[in-house]
Write a protein that binds this ligand. Structure first.
Ligand code: TPP
Ligand code: DXP
Ligand code: MG
Length: 650
């Protein structure tokens, strides 16, 4: 790593000659394969932007010039060039974030990993530069996948309107999202990319150079100039130029000089300009180059020499859903599936293989996916939209005003619900059971184990007059948790020990059932008896829950969702609405952006663990008892303090 280790900041790139730059690119690729094979991460996307990122930091001077990355998963090279080369704890607690992070560096701007926002950021920053009379540049790097998101086009519409406002948009076109990028835009980019004359000229240029390496820079520059000029001439007037955006490209995104030359032109242009770079996802690492699933988009730890995963994954929530979805597809021809560019990660691979015409990849376009689902349902089908919980946030209005208002039978399957941890604050699925609480008619299921995923998915697709939601965690599915009884629609997971009024009604939501059973056992050790129930459908609150609560001294809800407006809030409201005067303590994720780390670490950090919750519940019961005790003493002394229920009110 003779060159890379000497790069402590982007300006150290300026002194490197072409040969050293090529060497640096090779060293970065070796570094990425070695480091990310240990930690896991976005290996494929970052292998594809090595030369592009080097060129960006040579032409533009960050942080004065803002270099922005869409989604941010492809910013490892950017980190390596901006003083961060310790990847030992990438995405782990206390280690580097897997995305840009302002806390890490002044060179980082956009921290969230939700796609298709970079052009909006760039538009705003460019306007700020203009209004504050700054000559700095704004450069937005957006992938072909992220370009399928509607927000990107909202921004482009604004950017194109300002012909004299400098803004450089680098389209990192590797033809892949997770899966091959879909849609009309992808086809258009392909047209730009595969213009015959450009391809043939490119091939001839490289052939000449390979045959006559000693001709050196003068000829290379001449050929380069000719190649560039020819490209401008032969590239069809693409939609970008129809929009009024200057278009430069397509550029070989792995040719540092070619990219630098294009970026220099763009830098001088004085208005919005698109630099269309053709890159290869996974470039330089054979297992990734050959991977036809997702080009090693996001991997766990692997054997670097083979690319094979270190640990063979067991049954996970996603595969349980995928297998049941396949069975449902066989049984019901009206069931169709929707994905937002994440066919494999959400578990629709098998369904798509069996029913290729009944699965729709809408691109990174969750809003469109939800509205299209309303259309599909109205058209007589039952769509199942499988999407990560956090990404449904951006389709809230479509769920509310298109799906729910029209009482469409659409099932949203939310994967990665709850704390996911390692992908940082914007990836936790911690908002769905809060924001969806306000959607009239929408029902939410939170299965506690594999059997419940299967059962509740089936219950959900039976509902044809309202949206339904089935939400579950990331990764390995928990142990099966059997019910020992049923009250209303709620499964009783544990009866209270002993006779008499039990102390606590423990409402367990979804995958936290094992934790709640552990809490109950810890409370037992304190002499506190509890009933553990799993409501299964957490919205609407089960009609029997208030009555059950009234037979306890304290209600405790535990959810892997934000506390604010979550299931606990809904249960509290149900108690109020039914005049059930029992104190309630709700445990969930605090309304904070959670720093990246393992799920276990993050759950511990926010106190969502059995010991933490048991300790707090013990304290609450003691307080209630204490008041009882005080009350009894007062009553004996004729003080007439209120009843336990009144006391417990406050
Ligand atoms: C709103 C949203 N939906 C889905 C995702 C999941 N996701 C992360 S990266 C990615 C693919 C991005 O493709 P592209 O922009 O082409 O970048 P590449 O990985 O090819 O460099 C997707 C779908 C996301 N981050 N944000
Ligand atoms: C960047 C992105 O949105 C995803 O690739 C993210 O890494 C989560 O992926 P998994 O939860 O599937 O690992
Ligand atoms: Mg791509």
């Amino acid at each position: 790593m003779a060159v890379l280790t000497r790069i402590n900041g982007p300006r150290d790139l300026d002194r490197l000659d072409q040969q050293q730059l090529v060497q640096l690119a090779a060293e970065i690729r070796s570094f990425l394969v070695e480091a990310v094979s240990k930690t896991g991460g976005h290996l494929g996307p970052n292998l594809g932007v090595v030369e592009l990122t080097i060129a960006l930091h040579r032409v533009f001077h960050s942080p004065a010039d803002r270099i922005l990355f869409d989604t941010g998963h492809q910013a490892y090279v950017h980190k390596l060039l901006t003083g961060r080369q310790d990847f030992a704890r990438l995405k782990s607690t206390g280690g580097l974030s897997g995305y840009p992070s302002r806390a890490e560096s002044e060179h980082d701007v956009i921290e969230n990993s939700h796609a298709s926002t970079v052009l909006g950021w760039a538009d705003g920053l460019a306007k700020a530069n203009e209004l504050l009379d700054r000559d700095d540049h704004v450069v937005a790097v957006i992938g072909d996948g992220a370009l399928t998101g509607g927000m990107a086009w909202e921004a482009l519409n604004n950017i194109a309107a300002a012909k004299d406002r400098p803004l450089v948009i680098v389209v990192n076109d590797n033809e892949w999202s997770y899966s091959p990028t879909i849609g009309g835009l992808a086809n258009h980019l392909a047209t730009l990319r595969t213009t015959d004359g450009y391809e043939q000229f490119l091939a001839r240029t490289k052939e000449v150079l390979e045959r006559t390496p000693l001709i050196g820079r003068p000829l290379y520059e001449t050929l380069h100039g000719a190649k560039k000029g020819l490209k401008d001439f032969i590239t069809p007037q693409g939609m970008f130029e129809d929009l009024g955006l200057k278009y430069v490209g397509p550029i070989d995104g792995h040719d540092i000089e070619a990219v630098e030359s294009a970026l220099q032109r763009a830098r001088r242009f004085g208005g919005p300009v698109i630099v269309h770079c053709i890159t290869e996802k996974g470039r330089g690492y054979t297992p990734a180059e050959r991977d036809e699933t997702d080009r090693f988009h996001g991997i766990g730890p692997i054997h670097p020499d083979t690319g094979l995963p270190i640990s063979a994954g067991g049954a996970d929530w996603t595969s349980v859903f995928g297998d049941e979805m396949l069975e449902l597809g066989k049984e019901r021809s009206d069931i169709v599936a929707i994905t937002a560019a994440m066919l494999h990660p959400v578990g629709l691979t098998k369904f798509a293989a069996a029913f290729p015409h009944r699965v729709f990849d809408v691109g990174i376009a969750e809003q469109h996916g939800a509205v299209s689902a309303a259309g599909l349902a109205t058209g007589g089908l039952h769509p199942v939209f499988a999407v990560y919980a956090t990404f449904l946030n951006r389709a809230f209005d479509q769920v509310l005003m298109d799906v729910a208002l029209h009482k469409c039978g659409v099932t949203f399957v939310l994967d990665r619900a709850g704390v996911t941890g390692s992908d940082g604050p914007s990836h936790n699925g911690m908002w769905d059971m809060s924001i969806l609480q306000v959607v009239p008619g929408l029902r939410i299921a939170a299965p506690r184990d594999a059997d419940q995923v299967r059962a509740q998915l089936r219950e959900a697709v039976e509902v044809e007059d309202a949206p339904t939601v089935v939400r579950y965690s990331k990764g390995a599915v928990g142990p099966a948790v059997a019910a020992v009884g049923r009250i209303g629609g709620m499964d009783v997971l544990r009866e209270p020990a002993g006779a008499g009024q039990p102390d606590v009604l423990l409402v367990s939501v979804g995958a936290l059932a094992p934790m709640c059973l552990e809490i109950a056992a810890l409370l037992d050790a304190q002499g506190i008896t509890s009933t553990v129930v799993d409501p299964r459908w957490v919205k609407p609150v089960d009609a029997e829950l208030p009555g059950l609560a009234a037979r306890h001294r304290l209600v405790v809800t535990v959810e892997d969702n934000g506390r604010a407006g979550g299931v606990g809030s809904a249960v509290a409201q149900a108690l109020r609405d039914t005049e059930v005067d029992v104190p309630l303590r709700d445990f969930g994720i605090p309304p904070q952006f959670l720093a990246h780390g393992s799920r276990k670490d993050v759950m511990a950090a926010i106190g969502l663990t059995a010991p933490d919750i048991a300790r707090q519940v013990t304290g609450v019961v003691a307080t209630i008892d204490g008041r009882f005790a005080d009350d009894a003493a007062d009553a004996a002394a004729g003080d007439g303090a209120g009843t336990a229920a009144e006391l417990a009110k406050d």
